[in-house]
Design a protein around this ligand. Structure first.
Ligand SMILES: Cc1cc2nc3c(=O)[nH]c(=O)nc-3n(C[C@H](O)[C@H](O)[C@H](O)COP(=O)(O)OP(=O)(O)OC[C@H]3O[C@@H](n4cnc5c(N)ncnc54)[C@H](O)[C@@H]3O)c2cc1C
Ligand SMILES: CC(=O)[C@@H](O)[C@H](O)COP(=O)(O)O
Length: 671
């Protein structure tokens, strides 16, 4: 399905609609596809416009927020005029009371404006607060908007100027070719335009591997007594010290928010969530205990690892990103719409935009294949927003790898971002020095370690855990040597402790191996599934080693595994990829990364797996047992990148007949 419009926006929450309106007002034709408006965080939000109350530290994010706050009055006027709707914008100020006196002397001379109110002043400013409140900040420039009214009005305004909005259309895939997006696939067909914008909030990772996770917030509203405006119990937003806020709307509702829960897309209000909200609200403003409850709901904030949005260019030159606005998306809508519309229509990159680039989550450098130092990497921590990193001076090989990798999207496993798609092992090396050099030469960022062998100090494993710099390499503890699900579960727990002891507090990864067969080292599918179910429930990111069985891969994905790791051929056999057809089926159907593991013998086989579309590889024996392991590690690293590039580039179809490379017309001897 081709839209006649120039721009196609996926996601009709506040970002999608705000950008659509802005583009259309600049003369660009726009279509918006949106699955379900009521699931949008924009529908669930409280509508506070609160950069200071949210304690945003000085820096690009605060600058972005203040610019957006400043743009609000004009932006609201435009939307209200176009939609003929009052959207409840109030620059009513926000009061941020505290129970404990601040340690430093509050300083009132600051920009943006804020004023410290002592105990007497704050109780005068807002009668009915908990008597234990000792003072607080008055933030006169902050305020609120009725976010539900706003999004309804944005939609009417956009439609009134000619934006086409298709509600109920869920995009299932971003079709990409040769570094460009060529369409958005949906059950109603593939939608095509010249430029695409992703504004899919907390659901973005279903379409592209961007580090945006849902962060659930539960909310309640109560109805304050209907009295004259001047006598309402709350005149301004209250932003409590424990993150609880009360937002009084003009119609008498008070919005009470919000919990902050990392529970994925778990739906519903819960007793624990509501209790937390109500007890904090009654503590801050006791009168609320008597107001009738009107509504309870929940929503999902789109949250990145540094909690700042991802704005602007993407790895694809005709796709822009406007995602990850976390808890400030209502505030940031006007500035986001302005910056993205500028970028799309004039290719103008505002100086603020680079701070919010997706590239900040990439590893800043690729190791020199020839160096002996452990591989430098940044597997999870984003680069500081205020200190953009520069690439180190590069050898030609480094540059090639860096360019190749940076034109690709990162590999994301269980929310952790990796820039290398090769994982290696630690076993079978002649000595630690060669192992260290090989790991560095491969450029890998993930190294697997056999927990049992390390724990039992098996020959060749004494001191292994200390031999690598785990501040730079992500450890993948594996359950090698376990023959049953029970053993594997026990060893996985030990592995988690091992990672913690070595400084990786947040590492919950486990490579799950349940291998009762000692001759071919083939994994037990039933034991693997059983162990995976238990480990996922215990919060592990499970990477199961399996035979290339597409049905098992799906079952493991369904129980919540972070990847699937089909074997190419038996471990250590060097037989290469012996089950291409099944691996291909797994790749085509998987929604989690597919890591081809075991049996790879040569770089051409590594490249072959990547050309098939595997997301990553795990290679140990072929490197450790090569005549020159360090050189082989480097070759495997390059082959992984080459295979990936080839996959992204798209191979030519295989043809039965030859087709001449030079034109047939104009041949000598022919008329
Ligand atoms: C409880 C809560 C309170 C909040 N309070 C505030 C606040 O007071 N102030 C503030 O500034 N911010 C607040 N926020 C944050 C704000 O709501 C979000 O940052 C903002 O809504 C993000 O806008 P968005 O358009 O990116 O995503 P959303 O508003 O979530 O919209 C995304 C849209 O994309 C659609 N979509 C997703 N995937 C697909 C697909 N594959 N195909 C088609 N459509 C798709 C969804 O159906 C949805 O309609 C709050 C959020 C929550 C959850
Ligand atoms: C180290 C490890 O996890 C291996 O068991 C893995 O399966 C790699 O296999 P190769 O040694 O065949 O590369």
């Amino acid at each position: 399905m081709r839209t006649e419009d120039e721009v196609l926006i996926v996601g009709g929450g506040i970002m999608g609609l705000a950008i659509a309106l802005e583009l259309k007002l600049r003369g660009t034709s726009v279509t918006v596809l949106s699955r379900d408006f009521r699931q949008a965080a924009a529908h669930a939000a409280a509508g506070m416009l609160a950069p200071q109350a949210e304690a945003l530290p000085p820096g690009p994010m605060r600058d972005l927020s203040l610019q957006s706050l400043e743009a609000y009055p004009e932006w609201v006027r435009k939307i209200e005029d176009l939609s003929s709707t009052d959207i409840g914008y109030q620059a009513c100020g926000i009061l941020a009371p505290v129970y404990d006196a601040p340690s430093d002397t509050p300083n009132n001379s600051s920009t943006p404006a804020r004023r410290w109110l002592d105990q007497t002043a704050i109780h005068l400013a807002q009668p009915g607060l908990n008597p234990d409140i000792l003072g607080g900040w008055w933030l006169p420039e902050e305020g609120q908007v009725d976010n539900r009214a706003l999004t309804g009005a944005l939609r009417s305004a956009a439609e009134s100027v000619g934006v086409t909005i298709h509600e109920g259309v869920a995009v299932t895939d971003v079709e990409r070719r040769h570094g460009k997006v060529v369409g958005m696939r949906s059950p109603t067909g593939t939608w095509q335009a010249q430029h695409y914008i992703l504004a899919t909030g907390a659901w973005s990772q279903a379409l592209l591997p961007v580090p945006v996770q849902p962060l659930k917030g539960q909310m309640i509203s109560v109805a304050a007594p209907m009295v004259d405006a001047a006598e309402r119990p709350l005149q301004q937003v209250l932003f409590g010290p424990d993150g609880l806020y009360l937002v009084p709307r003009r119609d008498g509702r008070i919005i009470v928010g919000a919990t902050v829960e990392a529970v994925g897309f778990a739906p519903h209000n819960t007793p624990a969530g509501l209790q937390e909200l109500l007890s904090k609200a009654m503590r801050l403003f006791p009168a609320i205990a008597q107001f009738p409850i009107q509504e309870c709901w929940w929503g999902f904030r789109p949250t990145t690892p540094d909690q700042f949005p991802i704005l602007g260019a993407s790895p694809y030159n005709n796709l822009s990103l406007a995602i990850g606005h976390h808890r400030n998306g209502i505030l940031l809508a006007p500035i986001t719409a302005h910056l993205i519309a500028n970028l799309v229509t004039t290719h103008e990159t505002d100086p603020l935009l680079p701070h919010f680039s997706w590239e900040r989550f990439l590893s800043p450098m690729v190791p020199s294949p020839a160096t002996a130092s452990p591989a430098p990497s940044s597997y999870s921590s984003p680069k500081s927003m205020s200190q953009p990193s520069t690439l180190p001076s590069a050898t030609p090989t480094q540059t090639d790898l860096t360019v190749a990798r940076s034109s690709d999207r990162p590999l994301i496993i269980a929310g952790q971002t990796f820039h290398s798609r090769l994982m290696t092992g630690t076993g079978k090396y002649d000595n630690f020095e060669v192992m260290q050099q090989s790991v560095a030469a491969s450029g890998c960022e993930i190294v697997t370690v056999a927990v049992r062998r390390v724990q039992t100090k098996a020959p060749g494993h004494e001191g292994l855990a200390e031999a690598l710099d785990w501040s730079r390499i992500w450890m993948l503890p594996n359950t090698a040597g376990c023959q049953t699900a029970e053993e594997a579960i026990r060893v996985a727990r030990l592995g988690r402790e091992m990672a913690k002891l070595l400084g990786q507090e947040d590492n919950n990864f486990v490579k799950l191996e349940v291998i009762p067969d000692t001759q071919y080292l083939l994994p037990d599918p039933i034991g693997t599934l059983e162990a995976a179910e238990t480990l996922v429930k215990e919060g592990f990111a499970v990477l199961p080693y399996i035979n290339a069985d597409p049905l098992l891969a799906k079952r493991l994905e369904d129980v919540g595994c972070a990847t699937v790791m089909p074997l190419g051929s038996p471990i250590g056999s060097g037989q290469g990829i012996r089950n291409t057809a099944n691996i291909q089926i797994i790749i085509e159907n998987a929604k989690v990364p597919v890591v081809v593991d075991a049996g790879i013998g040569t770089p051409s086989e590594a490249a072959q797996a990547m050309e098939m579309g595997a997301d990553a590889l795990l290679i140990n024996t072929a490197i450790a047992k090569a005549h020159n392991p360090v050189a082989m590690a480097q070759a495997m690293g390059m082959a992984t990148v080459a295979g990936r590039l080839a996959y992204l580039a798209g191979r030519i179809p295989v043809q039965g007949n030859a087709s001449a490379s030079s034109p047939l017309t104009g041949r000598i001897g022919k008329a």
